[in-house]
Design a protein around this ligand. Structure first.
Ligand code: GLN
Length: 305
């Protein structure tokens, strides 16, 4: 496995030059676009295999949307969650606002686009944002064996420049999807997007989903199988934004990307895969990361379809 990952990393490193790091969040613009890492957790042996930049920190960004969705489903139940946020892919960029106005009654089409994730953020229980983010960090602790922390620089950068998210959130407030104070909800959304992780961490998170919501070492069922299935279904239909269709054809496994360059991928019952490559394509996905997943899927015959 070690050898395969090395070969895949080396063959795809060149694609880093074809992409750009996210500039719209100023604190992400300073990332090195030549960084690339891949980690794979094997459920059978409980072993992790790593190649490249697998210990460097980057922010979770949209990968957090999977886990806030899980918490919201646990906190509020599926009926409530899906009364406010839909289940359909949009075909639009992740930060698009356009369909919010054209759908009647107005509601975000799914929890993976920013509008849906902001609505989901408003559903997480907690007395304050500090309490809410502690709950998210508590959730991750048994899976990762450590406590994550918020990258303050990235958090403040997003908070100062997240005008489009702000516009989206105020629109959602206007149409009755958001209850609560808009700026508070946005702050919590920016906080969970700004959690610092490594490539290894997201391989373990993927492994947790591959293991149907059970921790890999202790087999503790932290999330029900039905909620885990909902999360993975959204990863297939909407996890790679408006590239999800092409990704399903070329790679064929549930995955979720973030503009920090991370991709968490899941080979159900087999592997959790973590990718980090901050050079992004025009849709916001790690450009070399997606190529590595294509190769890995071909070599290990991973497609679920
Ligand atoms: N925090 C980012 C934003 O709201 C998350 C987007 C992403 O990773 N696609 O724009």
């Amino acid at each position: 496995m070690e050898k395969l990952l090395k070969e895949i990393l080396e063959n795809n490193k060149k694609y880093c030059d074809n992409g750009e790091v996210a500039h719209y969040i100023p604190a992400l613009a300073s990332q090195d676009k030549r960084s690339l890492g891949i980690s794979l957790v094997d459920l059978k042996s409980n072993k992790i295999f790593n190649q490249g930049d697998t210990d460097k920190f980057f922010t979770l960004q949209s990968i957090s949307k999977i886990f806030t969705l899980i918490l919201a489903l646990q906190d509020k139940g599926a009926e409530y969650v899906f009364s406010k946020v839909g289940m359909e892919p949009t075909g639009d960029p992740f930060n698009s606002i356009i369909k919010l106005e054209t759908i009647n009654p107005s509601k975000p089409l799914n929890p993976m686009i920013n509008a849906g994730a902001i609505a989901i953020s408003s559903m997480i229980k907690g007395e304050s944002n500090q309490h809410k983010i502690e709950r998210v960090i508590d959730f991750f602790e048994p899976i990762l064996g450590r406590r994550l922390s918020v990258n303050q620089k990235v958090f403040e950068s997003e908070r100062n420049t997240g005008h489009r998210n702000r516009a989206t959130a105020y629109f959602l407030k206007d149409v009755g999807i958001l209850s609560g104070e808009v700026e508070e909800i946005l702050d919590f959304y920016f906080m969970h997007c700004s959690l610092d992780v490594t490539c290894k961490d997201i391989a373990y998170l993927g492994g947790f989903l591959a293991n149907q919501g059970k921790t890999i070492n202790t087999e503790e069922q932290l999330v029900s199988q039905s909620i885990t299935q909902i999360a993975k279904s959204f990863m297939v239909t909407c996890g790679m934004y408006n590239s999800s269709g092409e990704f399903a054809i070329k790679v064929g496994i549930p995955a979720k990307s973030g503009v920090g360059g991370g991709v968490m991928a899941v080979s159900p019952n087999h592997y959790g895969i973590g990718i980090w490559g901050p050079a992004l394509d025009e849709k916001g996905n790690s450009i070399a990361g997606v190529k590595m997943l294509e190769d890995l899927s071909t070599k290990l015959d991973l497609s679920i379809f």
